[in-house]
Write a new protein. Structure first.
Lengths: 480, 249
């Protein structure tokens, strides 16, 4: 079954957004964190004189990959296998989870340490592991916070962005049984280190996601800040990596482009503190057994839509989330998906064949801030509009809206009808008018009146004024 | 020069004063203005809400109305963005090469008001006087599609007696977004509240923009909060030319 976390069961965006907006603490946390990251990102980007050319290059590489995906995936499989890796193909989430559970079972594993796990959140791997009696331990600090708090990630790069230091302290104190824990960053990282290192040294099976898979060499690349990923990738005897098929890039040299764009866009760093790149297995170092699971889970059908396939260019930097005025108000949980913000609004519904998460393409004012910062130049506003069209054309728009839009289109179809519509509006507004304003609108327009008055339609339209001016012997007031 | 005015549907209906002001400014500069009564709507609301077929029909209507107009002035950055960004896409989608050619021929003739004045006509001082404190909201479409950020600023800087104050958070969306303001009213309101805070922090008496859609949103919010700050389209400030009659902010 194709699945994007629990998105299929999520309530619509506006409903979740209202819940999110009522939580003042979370809103402050989200605002503060996105402000900080955004400022760092802007400064780091401004350092590179060729930023726009890097964006163009990345877009060109990704566009090329998406249109030759079959070739590059087969090349990756061949090269990875030649270096001692085992490549598995997973059609959907259940398929991938089963493959991973089977590998762990074949080693009689009861536990697994995990890092970079967003794609596994997509497949809900942890649920499948627990059902199979296998305990997953998240080792990325933010993912650990999410797991211990039985919480959901709210950001692509900074999953626990909605939590502040005090909340994390309280959580660690309770779950790690450290009642005297301090709240300084050093206290919290020390507690996490003690908690995690025991697992790094004990658990023999590791799991990771990937940022890039290099077809030319069969290598896999993971970038991170903490070093916990490096532990996860090197200490276990068996390593399993789950990779969305769109993560493949043609050559090792292409990393030059992406490893400049990604850290600057994601965290405002010039480079990531840890860049792990490995190719198959080697006899004297690291895991002795390495599996790659290549995941489709709806991606090939995204490719089938030429107007929206750029969605798959995403390198999961999260810059569009930090820039988005909607995300900055609501945080990530309002999107009902592990993929939140503008990219989530186009990716989540498409992976699910537009059968779920249908409110998400409308969760944007189309302000364009996402497109402006996207390091691979995904025209997210254009794709949002395209997806809205798909929803309307497949009969998924509310009836009232369809009728209103048809009526408006009919009225705008000729000046005569438009002018009749203007007259009609003047009559229709009478019961609602107060001093030239409409403070309370009826029915489906009531949302506007939540916080705004609407100016009433004045007695004379511009066109009527113009007609009067043209025919009057002396020009009326307002003319020079 | 003969300038054809595309007033836009909502300016025509809700903000006729903006249209009158555009006419006054252009005529004061010695140009002739024409208004083609067959014009209606550019199709932006339909296009952005997902009704591309209807938007396509409105685009065809627009093209027919303005086919032989040499210079088209549009006092709305978002309608210009619709025409520049979405008309080519609508034509491509329709798979109609002649339509695409017509759109290509149209685009160089389309100017947002501040673009027309500054870039095409080479004017920044239009002879206006406006003795009030003003702040400029630059709409998302003006910033990211038209990149018409400097033009309105330069026009305002040349207005006599006008005090211009910078709007904090100037690149942030006001939360209007057309049908977004109704479909996601709560989020739109939260975005508006931030914008209103910024507008009020400037101490300006007037908030202006090259888009009455944003101003309708900001102005509607200000009125709800019983603020005495007024929203006025840039054209209405530029039209003020009599220091003895200081206007209505």
């Amino acid at each position: 079954m194709i699945r994007v976390g629990a998105a299929a069961e999520a309530p619509p965006f506006d409903q979740l957004a209202r819940v999110a907006l009522s939580n003042e603490q979370t809103r402050r946390n989200v605002r503060h964190a996105t402000d900080v990251i955004r400022a760092k990102r802007d400064a780091a980007v401004a350092e590179l004189p060729d930023w726009e050319r890097l964006r163009d290059a990345a877009h060109a590489i990704k566009e090329h990959v998406v249109s030759h995906l079959d070739e590059y995936l087969e090349q990756f499989e061949e090269r990875c296998a030649a270096a001692g890796g085992v490549v598995h193909w997973a059609r959907d989430a259940d398929d991938a989870n089963q493959i991973i559970v089977d590998i762990i079972r074949s080693h009689d594993g009861r536990e697994v340490i995990k890092v970079k796990t967003m794609t596994s959140d997509e497949t809900r791997l942890n649920v499948a592991l627990e059902a199979a009696g296998i305990a997953p331990y998240e080792t990325d600090l933010a993912d650990l916070i999410i797991q211990l708090g039985d919480d959901r990630p709210s950001h692509i790069v900074v999953p626990a962005l909605h939590r502040n230091r005090m909340e994390v302290r309280a959580l660690f104190a309770e779950k790690m049984q450290l009642p005297g824990l301090g709240s300084e960053p050093g206290d919290l990282t020390a507690a996490a280190r003690d908690f995690l290192r025991e697992k790094f040294l004990r658990v023999p099976i590791g799991f990771s996601g990937a940022n890039f898979a290099v077809a030319e060499t069969g290598s896999v690349c993971v970038v991170e800040s903490e070093g916990n990923g490096r532990m996860c990738l090197t200490l276990p005897r068996v390593l399993i990596t789950l990779v969305g098929i769109e993560k493949v890039i043609p050559t090792f040299a292409d990393l030059e482009v992406f490893l400049q764009l990604l850290p600057r866009s994601a965290t405002g760093e010039r480079m990531n503190p840890y860049n792990s790149i490995w190719t198959g297995v080697s006899a004297l170092d690291g895991p002795g057994e390495f599996h790659v699971v290549l995941l489709d889970n709806g991606r090939t059908r995204v490719i089938a839509d030429a107007d929206a396939r750029d969605t798959l260019d995403c390198i999961r930097c999260g810059a569009c989330l930090n820039a988005c005025p909607v995300y900055r108000q609501t945080g990530g949980h309002a999107y009902g998906s592990i993929y939140s913000g503008p990219i989530g609004a186009i990716l989540t519904p498409q992976l699910q064949a537009m059968e779920h998460s249908r409110s998400l393409p409308y969760a944007s004012s189309l302000c364009g801030a996402c497109y402006e910062v996207c390091p691979v130049k995904i025209d997210i506003p254009a794709i949002l509009v395209h997806l809205r069209n798909r929803l309307v054309e497949s009969g998924n728009a509310p009836v009232g809206e369809r009728v209103a839009m048809k009526a408006a289109a009919f009225a705008f179809g000729s000046a005569t009808r438009f002018e009749a519509g203007q007259k009609l509006a003047r009559i229709a507004q009478r019961p609602f008018e107060e001093d030239g304003w409409l403070p309370r609108l009826p029915g489906p327009l009531a949302g506007w009146s939540l916080s705004r008055d609407l100016p009433a339609v004045p007695a004379e339209s511009f066109r009527d004024w113009w007609a009067r001016r043209e025919t009057a012997p002396t020009k009326p007031e307002g003319s020079p | 020069m003969l300038i054809s005015l595309f007033i836009t549907c909502y300016n025509d209906t809700l903000f006729p004063e903006t249209g009158k002001a555009v006419v006054r400014v252009l005529e004061r500069l010695g140009h002739r203005v024409e208004f083609r009564r067959e014009q209606t709507c550019c199709g932006q609301m339909h296009a952005n809400t997902g009704y591309g077929r209807d938007a396509l029909a409105l685009m065809r209507h627009f093209l027919a109305v303005f086919r032989d107009a040499d210079l088209i002035c549009v006092p709305s950055a978002s309608c210009v963005a619709m025409i520049r960004d979405q008309y080519p896409r609508l034509a491509a989608h329709a798979g109609d090469a002649r339509l695409a050619d017509e759109v290509n021929e149209l685009l160089p003739r389309i100017y947002e008001l501040s673009e027309l004045l500054v870039d095409r006509l080479g004017v920044t001082d239009v002879g206006a006087t406006f003795p009030h404190a003003v702040t400029l909201h630059t709409s998302c479409h003006a910033i990211r599609s038209l990149r018409a950020i400097e033009q309105p600023l330069r026009l305002l800087q040349a207005v006599r007696d006008l005090t211009l104050s910078d709007l904090p958070g100037r690149t942030e969306c006001c939360g209007f977004g057309g049908t977004f303001s109704i479909k996601n009213a709560a989020v739109s309101t939260a975005m508006l509240d931030d914008k209103l805070g910024c507008v009020l922090a400037t101490g300006a008496r007037v908030c202006t923009a090259t888009d009455n859609s944003c101003l309708m949103h900001i102005g509607g919010g200000l009125r709800r909060k019983a603020s005495d700050v007024t929203c006025l389209h840039l054209a209405e400030i530029l039209a003020h030319d009599r220091p003895d009659r200081p206007g209505t902010p």
